[in-house]
Design a protein around this ligand. Structure first.
Ligand SMILES: [Zn+2]
Length: 249
């Protein structure tokens, strides 16, 4: 899924790797640079910089193309990392910081935060975070599990103390969703896994009721509208923005 569709390639014409401008030489052996340009590496998002909401020390938050709601964000690693499971602790910690901050922002608006990550046919870590009405939270778990059953797989419930790293080996594909109560729904059975699964469940009638937005390509906004929504997101996020302390701009 291309969120940032345009931008400069991660590699020059001669195929030599360019280092990320914020984290030169930060690529671990576990996170090889992709063969082609990765649109999610922060060094490549120049043309879509208007989608960036906040930049931390190892992660950044941005509005996806074709957001499900006006406050739909995703948190990505700055450098090229495959998934949360292959991410170093500082990246996982900062994802949690963003999650906590967006949870507080959601609370202020009487909403709750749902997050999900699909590490399957993706190459760069991205955790989607979507705010839903608190009244819809009761329907969440059953919506996820019945949609999974329809698609022919089972989601396992992980308790708040269970760790994703204990559930799956690095390099294995998986899907995980975190509900507002801290519980997680998890699968690593990706046979026939619908790529839009997370969006499908959240867009369904009992949750956000916007089924026309399941496919992000069908709801891409104009650049003007994107800029307007990101400016609003930045303003709403400001009271909770932990990145502001060490942000140079
Ligand atoms: Zn990347």
């Amino acid at each position: 899924m291309l969120i940032f569709k345009s931008g400069v390639g991660a590699e020059g014409r001669n195929g030599r790797k360019r280092n990320n401008f914020l984290f030169p030489g930060n690529d671990g052996p576990r996170n090889k640079q992709p063969a082609g340009p990765c649109w999610f590496c922060l060094s490549n998002v120049d043309a879509e910089k208007h989608l960036v909401v906040a930049i931390g020390s190892s992660c950044y938050a941005a509005m996806p193309k074709g957001p499900l709601t006006d406050d739909h964000v995703m948190v990505l690693s700055v450098g090229h990392i495959q998934s949360q499971v292959s991410a170093p602790v500082e990246v996982r910690d900062e994802i949690e910081k963003f999650k906590n901050a967006f949870t507080l922002m959601a609370n202020k608006q009487g909403k709750a935060l749902v997050s999900f990550e699909r590490n399957f046919r993706t190459q760069h870590l991205q955790v989607q975070m979507v705010m839903i009405d608190k009244s819809s939270t009761k329907a969440l778990k059953s919506s996820f599990t019945s949609a999974a059953a329809c698609a022919g797989f089972e989601l396992v419930t992980m308790g708040p103390d269970e760790n994703l790293l204990d559930m799956v080996n690095e390099g294995c594909p998986y899907f995980v969703a975190e509900l507002p109560d801290g519980s997680k729904l998890f699968t690593r059975n990706m046979k026939g896994f619908p790529l839009q699964f997370g969006r499908e469940v959240l867009a369904s009638t009992p949750i956000l009721d916007c089924e026309d937005k399941v496919d992000w390509k069908s709801c891409v906004l104009s650049k003007e509208k994107e800029t307007e929504l990101v400016n609003k997101l930045k303003a709403d996020f400001k009271p909770f923005d932990f990145t502001a302390d060490d942000d140079s701009d």
